[in-house]
Design a protein around this ligand. Structure first.
Ligand code: 1HN
Length: 343
């Protein structure tokens, strides 16, 4: 590719006249927006170690009462995007949320889609459009775009979870907004939607046409996902052990923006992900190992850690234990890339 003219080569008076009319010459910026063959990526490979950040989150519980926080969250901000952008990847926001016993995170609804992955503690409930969803370690709880949600914690110790939202995308689309609501009445049975979809391949039969099949199942219990992976391991000794979280009515990704999956790494297994355009995040449910991205030094991880990696890179995950399996929940921007035809 030949090099193109620079801004400095243009007379200052010409540049000033362009600026006055809100005009920008493309050619000095052409290579920056269309780099050769590989896009520029701000997403850095990084591990937010739970052990190091947990004390800071607990301290936030002392420093900031719920009334002053609404959501008491420390955002996992990828420095490549600038900490204030609150982005883990181009479209994914992640944060660790703390609720203390007896506290409530008030009811609201908003345009961004959200999933929470429970990390520590028991006894909390997220109420989604009237349905109380139980929150247990490793569970995925969905609060899709537009659905009312609030969190209550009636357990003993603190509860901590990872929030994953498509907030950066919604925000840049100038479409991120919320409405505050009064506390919900629990109009539906506890985990009703999980009960309806709890057997794979079996879906509820409705007498009336459903209004919407947008995220009909709200809770995806970790115990089910884990036992599926363990059973798969009994059947295959060599294939990668990976599953995708899908909408049980459509088989599509949980959200149009973010795709979720889970994987098991056998003791000492190394898994190279197939080359991909999308950035990814990894939440370690169990185990210990390392993440290698391209030729960079491998990053060590252990249970409850959360990691990010850029797209267009070679990603390798290794379980460093010779005896124990490792379990990882993944999220990426693949549904959006597929929709755009760039995956
Ligand atoms: C939100 O609604 C929650 O409901 C957590 O728990 C984190 C970050 C940005 C915007 C909305 C929640 C959030 C959020």
């Amino acid at each position: 590719m030949n090099s193109l003219g620079t801004l400095e080569e243009l007379p200052q008076s010409y540049r000033d006249r362009l600026t006055d009319l809100n005009l920008v010459p493309l050619w000095p910026n052409m290579r920056a927006v269309l780099p050769p063959k590989v896009p520029s990526r701000k997403t850095q490979s990084l591990n937010w170690q739970f052990e190091s950040l947990r004390p800071l989150l607990i301290e936030a519980g002392d420093l900031t009462p719920m009334e002053k926080a609404e959501r008491r969250v420390l955002v996992l901000a990828n420095p490549g995007h600038g900490l204030s952008s609150m982005q883990a990847t181009p479209s994914i926001y992640m944060g660790l949320q703390l609720i203390l016993p007896g506290e409530t995170a008030p009811n609201h609804r908003h345009t961004p889609n959200a999933v929470r992955i429970i990390i520590e503690g028991e006894g909390a409930t997220t109420i989604v459009d009237g349905e109380p969803c139980v929150m247990k370690r490793g569970d995925l709880i969905l609060t899709p775009s537009g659905k009312w949600h609030e969190h209550q914690h009636d357990g003993d110790g603190p509860i901590i979870w990872l929030d994953i939202l498509d907030l950066p995308l919604m925000y840049r689309l100038e479409s991120s907004w919320a409405i505050e609501g009064k506390p919900q009445t629990k109009t539906l049975e506890r985990d009703k939607s999980f009960a309806e979809y709890s057997a794979a391949g079996v879906v509820p039969e409705f007498e009336f046409k459903r209004e919407s099949t947008n995220a009909p199942q709200l809770r995806y219990p970790w115990t089910k996902t884990r036992s599926c992976l363990v059973e798969m391991a009994e059947h295959y000794s060599d294939r990668p052990l990976r599953v995708a979280y899908v909408n049980p009515e459509t088989g599509e990704s949980l959200f149009p923006s973010i795709g979720f999956g889970a994987m098991m790494l056998r003791p000492n297994e190394t898994l190279s992900l197939s080359p991909r355009t999308t950035a990814c995040v990894f939440h370690i449910v169990e185990g210990a190992g390392s993440l290698a991205v391209d030729n960079a030094k491998a990053i060590a991880w252990t249970g409850k850690d959360t990691l990010s990696a850029p797209g267009y890179s070679e990603i390798t995950l290794t379980n460093t234990s010779a005896t124990e399996p490792a379990f990882i929940i993944t999220a990426d921007e693949a549904p959006l890339h597929r929709y755009l035809g760039i995956f």
